[in-house]
Design a binder for this molecule. Structure first.
Ligand code: NAP
Length: 309
């Protein structure tokens, strides 16, 4: 029973060493150099080549090497009936919170404005607003969004959230479904996107929705680039609907050198690093799921391909 790593853009060594340190007996191989396709039962995937998963007749589990599964489910030739699982990791949630918190704080304490003032040697203090008067709107209240929402609320921000199904989370006003999206957006000063990429959420950050935010709001996108309609974001920034945007993810990655986001004065960007999966931190759940597969027990962190996440 072989665990096959299919991740052409990733260095497999840290993953192999983290998994082997937990179970030296594991047979771990790396695509496309696997010895026998028929031995592969567990595929560990990140941006696998389309259709390739059909080549393993005894494949019984497809595991994303991150929290998102859009890169797995977008394969139109995914083998039918093979469970898809993902990684759920407290360290990933903590690291995402740190990034989101930094982005919210930069907006809340006017750091970009002070930077502009510094360039002109302008000494011009601004009275800070009370923290509870800034509303952070969390799109997606899953493993990552809920954690960040709770931590930001504990810092004193007014936090509201939006999800597909209704939620009750202490300290957070929760909205759900397409019918409550406008009510959610209309109160949000800092919109944080932590949605999965699905057919329902693709292009959700379009001009129509961005215009529902109060004037001068800020966007933080740490989910997927395809949530944003690029031209619409530029229009919202240029017309002043949005004060600024902090982006970690893009439709095309790496972001092409000629893309207007690089040089836009109201955009701050980072190279998809808001929260990186640490192989050492997630190895125990991969080994546990491999054991469960071997014992015929239910797998942890299964996704529902029908809903897209
Ligand atoms: P998750 O646990 O699956 O949570 C997804 C949340 O989004 C849930 O609250 C879900 O609602 C909500 N949602 C899904 N479809 C929706 C819709 N149509 N309308 C409204 N809400 C909807 O996901 P997660 O682990 O928090 O991760 C979120 C995403 O973050 C991942 O999919 C990935 O793309 C991204 N990510 C990015 C990085 C990075 O480095 N930038 C790192 C890790 C993850 P329900 O609660 O009602 O189901």
């Amino acid at each position: 029973m072989t665990i096959l790593i299919i991740a052409p853009d990733k260095d497999p060594e840290p993953w192999i060493s983290a998994l082997k340190s937990l179970d030296p007996e594991l047979d771990i191989q790396v695509y496309p150099n696997e010895a026998r396709k028929a031995d592969v039962t567990f595929a560990l995937c990140w941006n696998h080549p389309e259709g390739v998963l059909r080549d393993y007749p005894n494949l019984r589990c497809i595991c994303s090497m991150g929290a998102g599964v859009d890169h797995v489910l977008s394969d139109p030739q995914l083998p039918e009936g093979v469970p898809v699982i993902r990684l759920v990791d407290p360290q990933l949630a903590q690291s995402m919170f740190e990034y989101v918190c930094a982005a919210v704080m930069v907006y809340f304490r006017d750091f970009d404005a002070y930077r502009a003032q510094q360039e002109q040697a302008l000494w011009q203090p601004r009275a800070p607003r009370p923290i509870g008067e800034t509303t952070v709107g969390m799109m997606g209240l899953g493993q990552l969004g809920e954690y960040s929402a709770i931590r930001l609320s504990r810092l004193g921000f007014n936090v509201i959230g939006w999800s597909r199904t209704p939620k009750t989370i202490e300290g957070i006003t929760a909205y759900a479904g397409a019918e409550q999206l406008e009510a959610f957006l209309s109160q949000t000063d800092v919109l944080v996107c932590l949605l999965p990429l699905t057919n329902e959420t693709r292009d959700i950050l379009n001009l129509d929705n961005l215009r529902k935010l109060p004037a001068g709001a800020c966007l933080v996108n740490v989910a997927r680039g395809e949530h944003v309609v690029d031209e619409d974001l530029l229009a919202a920034l240029d017309e002043g609907t949005l004060w600024g945007a902090r982006l970690d993810v893009f439709r095309q990655e790496p972001l092409p050198e000629c893309h207007p986001f690089w040089r836009h004065e109201k955009i701050r960007l980072t190279p998809h690093c808001s929260s990186l999966t640490d192989p050492v931190s997630v190895a125990p759940q991969i080994v546990e799921n491999d054991r469960r597969l071997k014992d015929g027990r239910p797998l942890l962190n299964r996704v529902m391909p029908s809903r897209g996440y």
